[in-house]
Design a protein. Structure first.
Length: 342
């Protein structure tokens, strides 16, 4: 996926839509869709960009974007922030979509759009579980979702990086996992925990049997990015390209219309983790990404240098990794309060 434009998630459900009457410029939306697919953008990016462009056009009485300029864009973004009270990141998603519309689709180079000030995102400290709390959450999970959660904590992968993991990228001999096309379209290597070797091997044996049954039924094809489909036309049915964590049922690809087995849905793991955290009496806001935060913090607590942790996480800047030092003894816990001297 191209890296020059941020990849926003699907538009949050709590953002109210403008009147749902059909947009007056359906041809415009089709052009945006075609341009995004030509650039091999993800379906999530496509849905998000189209959604924000629809909202922008409806907000201004269905005028064509060519007829509008800086004042209209600023008015739309202001309405999102002031009247609809969206977060800074959501406001920036909308701006990214409009940048793409004007520059990539309409071919209009507008200096004012480049100079548009992005909303400042507040800096929040990540939620981190203690080792005991991680153990309690994992103990409350079972089956495939338990294995996924343990892999995320044991490797530091993001949720979708773990769910999109392919069989060929798990190296048991080298005890490592290769993360393909991570954030920023970068590959990286992380460790494969010794504690997961046997459980993961047993899991893959079951997945291979399932794949063979799918092939016998005329299925067994997995989704691959368009460029890989062209380069390796037989790859979708090969064992090495299969998802490590396939879904329990077939689904229809919303883009191609092909019926195939996708990977486990992220919502399933999110729900399971919340349930396990509640059962363990943990009051913190727990999500799969909390395991990644905990992975980084616990490595630093164990004495590993921060640049090693940066590489394992795939952070571009060391400053991003530095946020995890907030829980170490170099911070508040390592300084004696004057009250304790009394």
């Amino acid at each position: 996926m191209p890296t020059n434009i941020p990849v926003p998630p699907v538009i949050p459900s709590n953002v109210p839509d403008y009147p749902s009457e059909q947009t007056r410029h359906p041809g415009l939306l089709e052009k945006v869709r075609e341009k995004l697919r030509l650039g091999h953008y993800s379906l999530r990016t496509e849905e998000a960009y189209l959604g924000w462009i629809r909202r922008f056009v409806r907000f201004h009485g269905k005028r064509h974007p060519r007829e509008m300029g800086a004042a209209e864009v600023e008015a739309f973004l202001t309405d999102l922030a002031v009247n609809r009270q969206v977060s800074a990141s959501t406001q920036n998603q909308a701006l990214a979509a409009l940048l793409y519309l004007y520059k990539q689709v309409l071919g209009i180079q507008l200096p004012w759009l480049d100079e548009m000030v992005r909303a400042k995102r507040p800096k929040h400290l990540p939620t981190v579980l203690t080792v005991r709390e991680v153990g309690a959450v994992l103990t409350g999970m079972e089956g495939t979702l338990d294995l996924v959660a343990r892999l995320l904590y044991g490797t530091g992968m993001r949720l979708l990086e773990g769910l999109r993991l392919r069989v060929k990228d798990v190296d048991f001999d080298m005890r490592q996992v290769t993360v393909r096309d991570g954030k920023g379209s970068k590959d990286r290597v992380t460790m494969l925990p010794a504690a997961l070797l046997e459980p993961l091997m047993a899991h893959l044996a079951l997945v291979k049997t399932l794949h063979q049954e799918d092939l016998a039924r005329g299925f067994g094809e997995v989704w691959l990015p368009d460029a890989l489909m062209v380069k390796y036309p037989n790859a979708p049915k090969e064992w090495g390209w299969q998802f490590v964590f396939p879904a329990g049922a077939f689904s229809v690809d919303p883009v191609s219309g092909v019926r195939r087995r996708h990977h486990v849905q992220e919502q399933a793991l999110q729900r399971a983790m919340r349930k396990a955290a509640l059962a363990a009496g943990i009051a913190k806001q727990v999500s799969p990404h909390t395991l990644r935060h905990s992975f980084a913090t616990h490595l630093l607590e164990s004495g590993y240098d921060i640049r090693t942790v940066q590489e394992l996480l795939g952070h571009k800047n060391l400053e991003t990794t530095m946020i995890y030092t907030h829980v170490l003894n170099r911070g508040g816990k390592g300084v004696m309060s004057p009250l304790d001297r009394l």
